[in-house]
Design a protein around this ligand. Structure first.
Ligand SMILES: Cc1cc2nc3c(=O)[nH]c(=O)nc-3n(C[C@H](O)[C@H](O)[C@H](O)COP(=O)(O)OP(=O)(O)OC[C@H]3O[C@@H](n4cnc5c(N)ncnc54)[C@H](O)[C@@H]3O)c2cc1C
Length: 469
């Protein structure tokens, strides 16, 4: 492709990037927009594991995390409708503004076919009150968060319609193409250099405004650019944890009443923040791969196909500032060590074995009530790869949750590792989301400000509105 120019260049076709383009169109901005995405368009995205039953480590990029709609296409599609969940934007633009933008952005998802039903909305319900009472006595906070659940297969359909809409409205969508470097001259961003991953052809796109929306997969790349070009940033928090899986019978009450139980605790002796995240009733534990082959655990659920288990992440938050300020690298090392112990696969261990100080064996998993929904996870010892502090936080938290959900800390409860969230490099931005470099915007999970579909999407909406004001 020859060098070209546009008004708005968006790097990354995840929710934050595509909602920037959507809102520019909805505002009749008449701007020329190019979205460049290293992965595939949505209809060519498929995870071979559905056929092979085993992760084949797709090259050059994992189909779960890259391609149109980013990590959103195969995500569980749970839109969190509360500002308290999914990112730190209330710190920057205020709680009420975030709520107003959530309502607006949710309306766009509905326009593109999202399910109208909202789960877990009624905090005055006696059953919710009873769960909250138990949470309080266990020293945990229960966060109210209404959820619109798209479901993995429906999320795919919604984003597929959005892709068509963008293309029909003149957005230039370039797939299989990676950004290599930004063009920054005299403190102003003027575009970026690209390489076509299929042909190896290199080219430049210059633009009036450049939006970097590269998600967790691009967090390392963005961190590197910040350091090289002096784009102001600060080390954020890193979340290290496990994916917990129990039988649905154990989780039935919270699944029915809340769908997702968002619990937060500060576990002694460290008092680090520990929380539940991304609960999937009747769901499946999933694997996602990052650059360099790092295998990380996640979870999702389908609208129709259900398993006998519920999975939920438990994440322990950690800060690093002086003298070491590279939380992404720290978390990567923890992940690599755990992957090494699992011979490149996700490790799984029973909670009871952790308390008894022994590894789990495959045959022990086979005779349990709880059968792993990630079939290629390897039974072993996650405590050999997890540092003491997060491990101790996770154990303490699981015991506290057991008071809210009896049976959660059962002997057979499964813990998969590593579950890591790479949103730790926090780029400094103003209330219009512009960075310290003029005409450069960083959005979504890669910017360190969001952790979920809704806040990533609304960040795109607000950027589009403010960009040319
Ligand atoms: C399995 C799974 C389940 C999830 N479930 C939920 C859920 O239920 N609810 C929820 O709120 N969130 C969920 N999430 C998280 C959610 O998907 C993300 O928070 C959201 O997608 C972030 O949007 P984003 O635009 O910031 O980045 P992403 O969606 O990660 O998109 C970034 C895009 O940028 C591209 N890119 C990166 N680097 C480059 C480059 N150099 N050049 C070109 N392109 C590049 C990537 O290929 C990617 O497509 C889940 C994530 C996963 C993986």
């Amino acid at each position: 492709m020859a060098d070209s120019r546009c008004d708005v260049l968006i790097i990354g076709a995840g929710p934050s990037g595509i909602f920037t383009a959507l809102e520019l169109i909805r505002e009749n901005s008449n701007k020329t927009i190019t979205i460049v995405e290293q992965g595939k368009n949505i209809d060519r995205r498929s995870c071979p594991k559905n056929k092979t039953g085993k992760c084949v480590n797709c090259k050059p990029y994992c189909n779960i995390t890259t391609g149109f709609s980013g990590a959103g296409a195969f995500s569980d599609g749970k839109l969190s409708l509360s500002p308290e969940v999914g990112g730190d934007l209330p710190e920057l633009i205020g709680y009420d503004k975030v709520q107003e933008l959530i309502d607006y952005t949710d309306g766009i998802y509905l326009d593109f076919g999202a399910d109208k039903k909202i789960e877990g909305a009624d905090s005055e319900d006696e059953k919710v009150k009873e769960i909250r009472r138990r949470a309080i006595s266990a020293g945990l906070k229960l966060v109210d968060c209404p959820i619109r659940h798209l479901g993995t297969e429906k999320a795919h359909e919604v984003y597929s319609r959005i892709e068509k809409y963008l293309s029909d409205n003149g957005v230039n969508l370039l797939f299989d193409t990676s950004a290599g470097d930004l063009i920054i001259e005299d403190g102003v961003c003027r575009g970026a250099n690209f390489i076509n991953n299929k042909t190896g052809e290199e080219f430049v796109i210059t633009a009036e405004k450049t939006v970097v929306a590269v998600g967790r997969v691009g967090a390392d790349w963005l961190d590197d650019l910040c350091r090289r070009y002096g784009i102001k940033r600060r080390a954020g928090v890193v979340d290290i944890g496990v994916r917990v899986e129990c039988r649905n019978e154990v989780m039935e009450e919270v699944n029915d009443v809340l769908y997702e139980s968002k619990l937060i605790g500060y576990v002694p002796p460290y008092n680090d923040k520990v929380r539940t995240f991304c609960q999937n009733p009747g769901g499946f534990v999933a694997q996602e791969n990052y650059e360099g082959g790092l295998a990380v655990v996640n979870g999702h659920s389908f609208k129709d196909k259900k398993s006998k288990n519920t999975n939920v992440a438990i994440l322990s938050s950690h800060h690093f500032r002086v003298p070491f300020d590279r939380p992404i690298e720290y978390a990567r090392k923890v992940g690599e060590l755990t992957n090494m112990l699992g011979n490149g696969q996700i490790l799984v261990q029973r909670f009871g074995d952790i308390l008894e100080g022994k590894r789990t064996w495959e045959k022990e998993l086979m005779r349990s009530n709880v059968r792993p929904t990630l079939p290629d996870a390897v039974a072993g010892d996650i405590t050999a790869g997890m540092p003491y502090r997060p491990m101790s936080n996770i154990i303490g938290f699981i015991k506290a949750v057991d008071k809210v959900v009896p049976g959660f800390a059962g002997k057979e409860t499964l813990l998969y590792s590593p579950e890591i969230k790479f949103y730790s490099n926090k780029v400094e931005i103003d209330e219009n989301f512009q960075t310290s470099v003029k005409n450069l915007y960083t959005l979504g999970d890669g910017s360190g400000w969001t952790r979920g579909l809704m806040q990533a999407s609304l960040m795109g909406v607000l950027t589009a509105r403010n960009m040319f004001r």
